[in-house]
Design a binder for this molecule. Structure first.
Ligand SMILES: [Zn+2]
Ligand SMILES: [Zn+2]
Length: 256
């Protein structure tokens, strides 16, 4: 049995009520952090999650609210003298960017007491994170609006939506998306659970996607302080069609 714990459920907008994007999938022998937004080390601390228990960190994309907690987290691991290797997992073309980012933050692998192993994936190629957790990603349109700013940046344009498959269940995680169309990247899949961001898609679009996928549970995340009405409307409408829908909050857990 795996378990998912929400670590940060906020949007890119700073809030005193939420941390930025991150959740933890706990498996028997491997704990995977998905995204590490600003201050993820503090968010983990507030959930009393030991940094050393994290075996790998998977990134959806590199907006700061999903990525910029990485260096701070690695520094915490270094100070506390972690020895266990850490895996960093993202799309193949983004790995050089992560390495540069660590070096620019004076994090040199030769100086660390633990090894960082980089694992790159390609879209639509399923890969194993550990014995009972498989992941497949698809490229979504979240970053398309940046393409006009120059080809030299094109290598950094990768934003993934994922399906996580455990021994018992399938979870669709939208990641940050660009439009309603991205909600249906995995439309042929029968999923058990769905986590959707709510910033870049409308109330109606989320309700329609719930009707299409009919997940056993739907979790709403990437939440701003002003999203109360949106969340309440989605929960109310989905109750009418018997799709249990939950507002993600820090520390909320479910079996996966
Ligand atoms: Zn975001
Ligand atoms: Zn984003």
């Amino acid at each position: 049995m795996s378990e998912l714990i929400f670590i940060g459920t906020g949007s890119a907008i700073e809030s005193l009520n939420r941390f930025h994007s991150s959740f933890l999938i706990k498996n028997k022998n491997y704990n995977l952090l998905v995204d590490a937004g600003d201050c993820t080390s503090k968010a983990l601390l507030s959930q009393q999650i030991n940094y050393f228990s994290i075996d790998g960190i998977l990134f959806t994309h590199f907006h700061p609210d999903h990525f910029s907690g990485l260096c701070g987290l690695i520094v915490q691991m270094e100070i506390l003298k972690r020895e266990k290797p850490l895996e960093i997992i993202t799309h193949n073309k983004l790995i050089p960017f992560i390495k540069d980012n660590l070096h620019l933050s004076y994090i040199y692998e030769k100086r660390l007491a633990f090894k960082i192993n980089y694992i790159g994936f390609e879209y639509e190629e399923s890969f194993n994170i550990c014995e009972n957790l498989t992941v497949i990603s698809k490229n979504n349109t979240h970053l398309n609006a940046y393409k006009i700013y120059g080809e030299e940046f094109n290598n950094y344009f990768s934003s993934s939506s994922f399906i996580f498959t455990t021994t018992d269940n399938k979870l669709l995680y939208t990641g940050d998306i660009g439009s309603e169309k991205d909600l249906y990247l995995f439309s042929g899949e029968k999923i058990n659970y769905m986590i959707t961001e709510i910033t870049h898609v409308s109330t109606e679009e989320i309700i329609n996607a719930a009707k299409k996928f009919i997940p056993e549970k739907l979790y709403l995340t990437h939440i701003s302080d002003s999203d109360k009405l949106k969340i309440n409307t989605i929960i109310k409408e989905n109750t009418k069609i018997s799709i249990p829908t939950f507002e993600a909050i820090e520390g909320l857990k479910f079996n996966l």
